[in-house]
Design a protein around this ligand. Structure first.
Ligand SMILES: [Zn+2]
Length: 289
């Protein structure tokens, strides 16, 4: 199995095979892919991959997710994880082992199930929402309000500067005050309503490390289920406008920020299947030595 961009040589968005959809024109078949969800965990089968519908208890409320290489995939919320045989795992650890399209499908299962649980009633008139046929959407029979799975977009920025005294280029890495705090990661943050991706990149870099950057260059994107249902990461590279400027961290967000020569990056980097890591590796590969 490939483990994602670093293993396969693909960029995260280059992964094919998974097509999101909401086809209910036929019921789930025994050989269809099954993605039971309990809270923030997914069920894996005996071989560590995804189970099939036929291997799971009857009576689950299956919701269509789309297809993987033409095979329909379904998710269901499981109230009592003990009632189902198999191993329950978090998305992040699953994603390290599953090929990219399967990780994306698992992320969609988490997003859709969580969204359905938290969007049961109309937010305007309190009527119970109904599924819209053929779409991942719910509509209010009372007032017509339609709700979709929300997408939360976040930007990642790989910031570089020219090397000191003829040395290799340098990449800015940060340690976050929350989440996996031991990792050296990239400046990141959610896009505000009314803001462009590029403006968010400028703002987050300014807020988190106090630096000004040139025009951010878009590289790639990746759905990222760990940061909440419907999170979509957009990755950018940028160079600092003042190569002599040092980062000043916002202590609410970060514990540390440091320039690293790209041929001497720390070992504690984000996992290979992440867009963060792909941007870091790309910055390291591109830089002249
Ligand atoms: Zn309503």
């Amino acid at each position: 199995m490939t483990t994602g961009p670093a293993g396969s040589g693909d960029t995260p968005s280059g992964r094919g095979g998974f097509l999101p959809g909401a086809d209910r024109s036929r019921p789930p078949a025994p050989d269809d892919l099954a993605l039971p969800v309990a809270g923030r965990k997914l069920l894996t089968g005996p071989d560590g991959g995804l189970p099939r519908i036929g291997g799971l208890p009857a009576g689950l409320d299956w919701v269509p997710l789309g297809t993987l290489d033409g095979t329909p995939a379904w998710a269901a919320e499981v109230a009592d994880p003990e009632s189902v045989t198999g191993r329950w795992r978090g998305w992040r650890s699953l994603a390290t082992e599953l090929p990219g399209p399967l990780a994306d499908l698992a992320g969609r299962a988490l997003a859709v199930v969580t969204w359905r649980r938290t969007h049961r009633w109309c937010g305007a008139c309190r009527t119970e929402l109904a599924d819209v046929p053929g779409e991942t959407a719910r509509r209010c029979p009372g007032c017509g309000l339609t709700v979709f799975v929300p997408l939360s977009v976040a930007v990642l920025v790989a910031i570089t500067r020219r090397g000191r005294s003829g040395g290799p280029d340098e990449l800015l890495l940060v340690r976050h005050a929350y989440g996996p705090t031991e990792l050296w990661a990239l400046v990141a943050g959610f896009v505000e309503a009314g803001e462009s991706l590029e403006a968010a990149a400028h703002r987050e870099v300014g807020e988190e490390v106090g630096l000004a950057i040139g025009r951010p260059g878009y590289v790639d994107s990746q759905p990222w289920a760990m940061s909440g249902p419907g999170t979509l990461l957009a990755g950018f590279t940028a160079t600092v406008t003042d190569p002599d400027a040092e980062p000043v961290v916002d202590p609410k967000e970060l514990t540390e920020a440091r320039w690293f020569p790209v041929d001497a990056l720390p070992a504690e980097l984000p996992p290979a299947y992440s867009l963060s890591r792909w941007l870091i590796d790309a910055a390291a590969a591109r830089a002249p030595r």
